[in-house]
Design a protein around this ligand. Structure first.
Ligand SMILES: [Zn+2]
Ligand SMILES: [Zn+2]
Length: 245
């Protein structure tokens, strides 16, 4: 499994990063988590040799806005797009005029699917609701003995720990600043992310979805990484372009 971070900002784009998108490549398929503005970069990284599964966590625009660039894509295999049952309906309502190009006009065929927890994939798959201001799902995939949990956007919650249990890699958000004690239940500080990794027995932690107001540059991300490492040493603060093999 090769993981490439295509967008690591939360909320909005800055010179430091695009918004949420993570590409996972296996020898059988491509798996993409979220379609923030970083999604545009997948156009040059995905070859026509394998199917593409796109999982949408929730409908905040920093996780969707990259779909507006689909007219640039020429994926002959198409894209299978998965979201929660209600989110699937709403997503289809968004991907049309006057918001953006309708799927019928695209060179890449889109196939929409509502996730119900029983959907079968050529990899192990698990989904659970996270703690966020709108319905939001975290995902866990497993392939050839390796597992990745993708959990954003979320506050501390039991399902975050469940999805991350023993995972080779936990990818989770770091919207809040180190030491932030405000009762923001829907996002994580680096300390809270590190605690989740430690308590769930995950082997590695990648922080992303940095709020650009709180993390204006790479230096502030590095400080979050240092804070998290005091609790969970095997932590990396991901940037756009970070690869984990
Ligand atoms: Zn977000
Ligand atoms: Zn959100």
């Amino acid at each position: 499994m090769k993981i490439t971070f295509l967008g690591t900002n939360g909320w909005y784009d800055t010179g430091t990063g695009n918004t949420s998108c993570v590409l996972v490549e296996t020898d059988a398929c491509y798996i993409i988590f979220d379609a923030g503005s970083g999604f545009r970069k997948a156009r040059d990284l995905v070859l026509p040799d394998k199917p593409v599964f796109l999982f949408i966590s929730h409908l905040h625009l920093d996780h969707l806005i990259g779909l507006h660039t689909l007219p640039l894509f020429r994926f002959t295999q198409g894209i299978d797009i998965y979201a929660g049952p209600r989110e699937n309906i709403l997503l289809r309502g968004f991907l049309k005029r006057p918001f953006t190009s309708p799927p019928l006009l695209l060179k890449t065929k889109l196939r929409f699917h509502a996730l119900d927890g029983n959907t079968r994939f050529p990899f192990e798959f698990e989904m659970r609701r996270l703690r966020h201001s709108v319905p939001c799902y975290g995902y866990r995939i497993g392939y050839q003995g390796r597992s990745v949990a993708y959990c954003t956007d979320t506050g501390e919650c039991r399902n975050l720990a469940r999805l991350a249990r023993g995972a080779d890699l936990l990818i989770t958000e770091c919207s809040m600043s180190p030491g932030d004690k405000s009762p923001k239940l829907f996002h994580l500080t680096p300390e809270a992310a590190a605690r989740a990794a430690r308590s769930s027995g995950a082997k590695r932690l990648a922080l992303f979805h940095f709020d650009p107001q709180k993390y204006p540059g790479l230096g502030s991300r590095k400080r979050a990484e240092d804070v998290a490492r005091k609790i969970f040493p095997n932590t990396v603060a991901a940037n756009d372009g970070t690869e984990i093999v």
